[in-house]
Design a binder for this molecule. Structure first.
Ligand code: SF4
Ligand code: SF4
Length: 289
């Protein structure tokens, strides 16, 4: 079984469109949407949720008022000013350090696990999808990404699937690290802008640090041919393969509006390029066996 993650230096480069295309083209696969802060793979895969689970992460203090005698020790020790005048806890300010709970003489403060989001196992017309939704302003997306990947792996192993196709998190933070570690190939999607190249270099730094093999797709390559050439040269100098260049086409936006992958929506130049890219990637990863 091989794991491919599609990533980008920032959001909005077409990463999910390319993940959707691979989902449509690959046989025997499970998909994982690891862009948990802004999950949108479901918009084109239209999942039917089969199983849903609560994601718990971190703890918050909670005062059992009936046990509290009002001694005020908790308020004295809390450095986050999370203990209110009546000794209940402001959950937004509480850092979850647990100090108040430790010192309370009445054992009146309980540390309760936070519900930080949900994760799902769904059916799609292309096979199973594991995806998640992180609560607003919730942290620990790296932990949720790892959970989504672990579940996708369990499904792939139990069904003897060949591929795990992962829509990775954009950027260089904790969730992208959780998205890329241990994969067989990270495909970086780049748009031909100077900031696009700059962002891609930063994400490449992360993949190199974690020893993840990388290939590149330049998306909307005809929007700025000079920068596309510059990106090509830069990656060729680093001996990193450019899998292909995808032109800009309004059909891509229309396909998303209709909730389809571009492969299903059209048989245009974009589709042909993406078919060639997938074939190339598949062959190279199979050869790497
Ligand atoms: S330390 Fe315990 S008993 Fe004292 S005020 Fe706080 S919650 Fe109440
Ligand atoms: S857990 Fe820590 S941050 Fe939260 S109320 Fe208690 S002392 Fe304050």
């Amino acid at each position: 079984m091989k794991q491919i993650v599609i990533i980008s230096g920032k959001g909005g480069t077409g990463k999910t469109v390319i993940t959707g295309a691979f989902a449509a083209l690959a046989k025997d696969k499970v998909m994982a949407d690891c862009d948990v802060d802004a999950a949108d793979l479901h918009l084109i895969l239209d999942p039917e949720i089969k199983q849903s689970y609560v994601f718990k992460s971190g703890v918050t203090a909670f005062t059992h008022k009936e046990r509290c005698d009002g001694c005020g020790v908790c308020k004295t020790v809390c450095r986050f000013e999370a203990v209110r005048e009546d000794f209940t806890i402001d959950p937004i300010s509480c850092d979850g350090c647990g100090f108040c709970s430790l010192v309370c003489p009445q054992n009146a403060i309980e540390m309760k696990a936070n519900t930080s989001g949900e994760w799902f196992i769904s059916d799609t017309r292309f096979g199973p999808l594991v995806h998640a939704r992180l609560g607003i302003a919730e942290e620990n997306s790296g932990k949720l990404v790892s959970l989504v990947r672990q579940k996708a792996k369990e499904i792939a192993e139990s069904k003897n699937y060949k591929w795990i196709i992962i829509d990775g998190s954009p950027g260089i933070g904790c969730p992208v690290i959780a998205s890329i570690t241990g994969v067989d190939c990270a495909v970086i999607v780049i748009e031909p802008t100077l900031s696009g190249l700059h962002d891609a270099k930063r994400v490449l730094g992360v993949t190199e640090h974690f020893n993840v093999p990388v290939k590149v797709i330049i998306n909307k390559c005809d929007l700025n041919c000079d920068i596309t050439e510059k990106i090509e040269r830069w990656f060729k100098d680093k001996n990193i393969k450019i899998l292909g260049k995808v032109i800009f086409d309004k059909a891509v936006v229309n396909s998303i509006v209709e909730g389809k992958t571009i492969i299903e929506y059209s048989n245009n130049q974009v589709t042909k390029t993406l078919r060639t890219i997938w074939r190339l990637l598949e062959e190279e990863l199979e050869r790497a066996n």
